[in-house]
Design a protein around this ligand. Structure first.
Ligand SMILES: [Zn+2]
Length: 300
């Protein structure tokens, strides 16, 4: 059925047509304004307070418990994807945590990021930006999605095991996302995914999201357009490079996927990757753009 087929009185149709763009704009604005950078920063702080959080560590498990506790306060379907990863340092138990905000279309949109930090034995690497910022952004995103009516299923996924146990290779990296991609391929979820957006290292005070060149071009355009229309064009760069990240296993299986990453970060994998390098504003910019992009994807 089309709107034209509804035989509305002509004057009502005119009014409706005039009103629609305003309704959409208002809805978009209200939706986009909901993401709080201050709140995302607090969640990031909470994650960082657990200390170094490599996969399989006590601190990693404590952070998992924290994420579960937070998600249980929301109206979402929380599931877990536990598995044992075969790593160069032996078997390591890992767990992805998934929050689903159900829609009705049968399609799905997925926003992901990792909560583990890279293992540096003997050091105090707390990964405020690398592991912390993605955790904080996803928690705040889940809080914003709470209680909303969705068109598509919206999944917020906290990946374990993004980091290499030794040096990054195809088999020593992205353990959590590889596991979930294959699990979702097997159970049919993968075929329902319209788009996957991964966030990583997005809290830097000096924010500059690069064009990740492996990512799906049309999805990048949608996100960059949203950023531009929200007034954040300056933070979404026109230059790029290829970055291997948690989106890749899904991309390789045919899911339109995008990595939102600011890789120009001096303290990367250094003990100086601490909270003072981050800003709530950067988290708010990226979170607002991601939330708006989810909204736009649902209208597609
Ligand atoms: Zn890292």
């Amino acid at each position: 059925m089309t709107w034209q087929g509804m035989a509305l009185p002509h004057n009502l149709m005119v009014l409706w047509r005039r009103a629609m763009p305003c309704v959409f704009l208002a809805a978009t604005a209200a939706f986009a304004a909901d993401f709080s950078g201050a709140s995302a920063f607090k969640y990031t702080q909470a994650a960082v307070a657990f200390g170094p959080r490599p996969s399989g560590s006590a601190a990693n498990r404590e952070l998992q418990a924290y994420i579960r506790t937070q998600l249980r306060m929301l109206k979402c379907e929380m599931t877990e994807d536990p598995f044992v990863a075969k790593t160069p340092k032996g078997d390591i138990p890992m767990t992805n945590i998934i929050a689903k905000f159900p829609g009705r279309s049968g399609h799905a949109i997925v926003v992901t990021g990792h909560f583990d930090t890279k293992l540096f034995p003997g050091r105090k690497f707390v990964g405020a930006n690398d592991g912390g910022s993605s955790t904080g952004l996803l928690m705040e995103l889940a809080r914003d999605l709470n209680g909303t009516t969705r068109v598509d299923d919206v999944y917020v996924v906290f990946f374990d095991g993004e980091e290499a146990v030794n040096d990054w290779t195809e088999t020593d990296s992205v353990y959590g996302s590889r596991h979930l991609a294959y699990k979702w391929k097997a159970d049919g979820t993968l075929a329902r995914i319209k788009a996957l957006v991964n966030v990583d290292m997005i809290g830097d005070k000096s924010l500059g999201v690069l064009i990740e060149e492996n990512s799906t071009a049309s999805l990048r355009k949608l996100v960059w357009n949203a950023a531009s229309e929200l007034g954040y064009k300056a933070y979404f760069l026109e230059t790029g490079e290829k970055v291997d990240d948690d989106h890749m296993p899904f991309l390789k299986l045919g899911v339109p996927s995008l990595d939102i990453i600011d890789f120009d970060y001096e303290p990367w994998h250094k003990d100086s990757d601490t909270l003072d390098k981050l800003s709530a504003k950067s988290l708010e910019i990226v979170g607002t753009v991601v939330l708006e992009s989810v909204h736009r994807l649902e209208r597609q």
